[in-house]
Design a protein around this ligand. Structure first.
Ligand code: KG4
Ligand code: ZN
Length: 353
């Protein structure tokens, strides 16, 4: 009689302890595959608000203070102990150098004590992985629009780990433009959520703002000119004594940004014949954007995927998801790992079709 071999368990899901400290959110999570056992986030908004933006030195100090506390909370929420952890995931970059170093140092200390490997995660790639909570069965290829405070790029995800950037912003990122316009209009930092809130009470058709690069044949973006156009408009209206309702300017700006993003994203989806389109990053938590893309996707017959709102802005869950993938591909490192503030998304040079 032929003895049957025991079935091999392929890549059992590792328990990941994930840490994210690239900017002004301290975050710790425990994940297993695309399952979230715990997600803790401590926002530093209140600390930076009075300065109108993130102060790097303060961000680093606040990460130091928050990390241990969040780790304790996450352990309790996940009902795991540190000795259960298989791998430690940490954001390598891009981000603020001091802030990244706080997380990296903590990750190395834990890795040293537990004698476990480290997976150093690219923050932009982590944002792409954020959609797997909602759609763990998502198949590649798909198109992903990354819209955060530091980046705006359209990425063709050929397969996980294999990315092709179809276009990115030439100047301000979408989130950065939201923040700068909000500052001009007198709203506190961070501006994105403020513009969204103000827009509800505004008339989005009141001011005809430009749609930069909408007619360019490529997939590059530019938001600096739009921001400047809004500022000139506001100043001119004041000079003429007409004044303006800032909610109207906010709503007109929000509409212009979302229209450009959607136009380019759906054009690319058609050209590259993808069935699914995702939008990730802080700006993806904007309700106007979410509804606009949902409606357009329905008309175009394209599956549209969004992360939950709390996984759109910075969090450690997405870092855990990306790390789980890399760990299973034996792509991990050790205590020699370093941070990389200007890290780019790793791209493939192979042709798409
Ligand atoms: O992804 P994220 O949390 O951090 C980076 O990796 O940059 O994105 C932060 C950016 C900020 O510019 C913030 O103003 C913007 O996302 N943002 C929003 C909204 N919530 C956050 N922009 C528009 N509408 C929102 N609701
Ligand atoms: Zn981010």
């Amino acid at each position: 009689m032929i003895k049957r071999a025991e079935p091999r368990i392929l890549n059992p899901e590792p328990l990941v302890l994930a840490i994210e400290t690239s900017c002004d959110e301290t975050a710790v999570a425990f994940t297993k595959g695309y399952e979230v056992l715990s997600s803790q986030i401590s926002s530093q908004v209140k600390v930076h608000e009075c300065y109108g933006g993130v102060v790097p030195e303060l961000a680093s100090r606040k990460h130091v203070i928050a990390l241990n506390f969040l780790l304790d909370k996450a352990l309790k929420e996940a009902k795991v102990s540190l000795s259960d952890v298989d791998v430690i995931a940490i954001t390598k970059g891009p981000g603020l150098v001091g802030a990244l170093m706080v997380g990296m140092t903590a990750a190395k200390e834990i890795a040293l004590v537990l004698e476990k490997p480290i997976v150093a995660v690219n923050h932009i790639e982590a944002h792409i992985f954020s959609i797997y909570k909602n759609k763990p069965t998502l198949k590649t290829p798909f198109l992903c629009l990354v819209v955060s405070g530091g980046h705006t790029m359209l990425v063709y995800v050929e397969s996980l780990g294999k990315y092709r950037v179809l276009g990115e912003t030439l100047d301000d990122a979408a989130g950065e433009a939201f923040d700068k316009v909000a500052k001009f209009l007198g709203y506190p930092y961070p501006g994105g959520p403020q513009i969204e809130k103000a827009s509800i009470k505004g008339d989005e058709d009141k001011y005809d703002l430009p749609r930069p690069m909408i007619d360019s044949k490529d997939y590059r973006f530019s938001f600096s000119g739009l921001k400047t156009a809004l500022i000139y408009k506001g100043r001119k209206l004041k000079e003429k004594g007409e004044g303006y309702k800032r909610e109207d300017l906010a709503a007109s700006f929000q509409k212009a940004v979302v229209e450009v993003l959607a136009y380019k994203a759906f054009k690319a989806a058609k050209e590259y014949e993808v069935k699914s389109l995702a939008v990730v990053g802080g700006v993806a938590s904007n309700t106007y954007l979410r509804e606009y893309f949902e409606k357009t996707a329905k008309k175009a017959g394209i599956e549209f995927i969004l992360p939950e709102k709390n996984l759109s802005t910075d969090n450690a869950v997405m870092v855990g998801f990306a790390a789980s993938y890399h760990y299973k591909n034996e792509d991990y490192s050790n205590l020699k790992e370093t941070v990389s503030p200007n890290l780019r998304l790793p791209v493939t040079t192979a042709s798409i079709k």
